[in-house]
Design a protein around this ligand. Sequence first.
Ligand code: GDP
Ligand code: IMO
Ligand code: MG
Length: 419
Amino acid sequence: MKLDVLLGLQWGDEGKGKIVDVLTPEYDIIARFQGGPNAGHTLEIGEIKHILHNIPSGIFHKEKINIIGNGVVLDPVVFRKEIESLKKLGIDLRQNLYISKKAHLILPTHRILDAASEAAKGKSKIGSTLKGIGPTYMDKTGRNGLRVGDIFSGFKEKYSALRKKHERLLKLYTYEYELDEVEKKWFKCIELLKEFKIVDSEYLVNKLIRDGKSILAEGAQGTLLDIEFGSYPFVTSSNTISAGACIGLGVAPQTIGEVFGVFKAYCTRVGSGPFPTELSDDTGAELRKKGVEFGATTGRPRRCGWVDLVALKYSVMINGVTRLIMTKADVLSGFRTIKAATAYKVDGKTIHDFPFMIDKNTEPVYTELPGWKSDISNIKDPGEFPDELKKYISFIEKELNVPVSYVSVGPNRNQIVKL
Ligand code: GDP
Ligand code: IMO
Ligand code: MG
């Protein structure tokens, strides 16, 4: 059996959580491979609305196995909160959640360093979620990090050494912080972590594949936030792309089957950084209102704009996307015309590649398509889609040269149309 990957093609929040939940019945295992609690994956199941940060989005299917892979950075405090709120919904993960020994831990001081670094950057801040992601991955690549497997022996000493290093670093900033209380809470949460199945997840994943099981690797963030290929430096600190699934789970490239690329029918971004198709006008505000575009992790309003096919083409190439999944098509109902950027104009020259540097001179070149009026949120059969939506989908398929396999028409689990 193979491992399929599902990931975001834009700047995150494409609706990955919902789609993973929808596809979970087709798999035995759901595995997160990178990122941490900067992610906020929303699932709506009937009346329940639930946001996941560290935990894979397969957990509402009780019989499935969920894995937090080695590429993930884990905050034990956020983890405890998630476990507790899931318990209230009758979900206990002690039996079917496996956590990699090699996943790195987010320390309280990582979060403080994140906040201090962002504050010092002033106007040029990244717009981080302030969950400690950057400092934790810095310690990982700097070979100073603490891993989940470390909690079983000599942990306090290792922790103290890293805390001391962080305190020295924090002296570089004029940033006030309180550590003792948060540290106490953090250590309590470490104790909770010990109740879970902490494993060599690379062996587990490869054994499951050998045994004929099917795995869906759940991406977090989006391709344009990737540390290598995103809009650097306004990116996250991990590899959000399909290759990241190999690194973050310990699987060989040839084990990858389908690569599902999830994208919104328009585009959003939260945090700083370039966004060529951003709309700072009434249309942007309308997209935000209709799409309820507020961050699942931070509550910040998301910046909104038209779909950017230059960026999407780039994302399809980097990830080797085999199937597209369009979300939030329902949000576009009622717009008289819809625009899609098919090129950029830079200093009078038309370009079709996603450039090294995107700035105010990078102007989108749009193709305009007619919109549709009707509400599509209850449609189950693609034949019932308005002609204009059918044309929009075909246009995108032609531009990206990849078929659209699903269209999501609302936040709920059952609002999905298979093409
Ligand atoms: P993720 O980070 O990629 O999992 O996405 P988020 O959960 O951060 O943001 C997506 C938001 O859109 C959530 O509030 C979802 O409930 C919602 N959503 C997902 N798919 C659809 C859809 O097709 N239509 C509408 N209207 N909302 C959707
Ligand atoms: P999901 O998985 C949207 C953005 C932040 C910021 C930049 C760096 O829900 O799609 P970080 O906290 O990683 O240092 O922030 O990346 N960002 C996200 N934006 N969705 C996410 O995750 C994001 N994770 C990080 O807003 O601009
Ligand atoms: Mg999100």
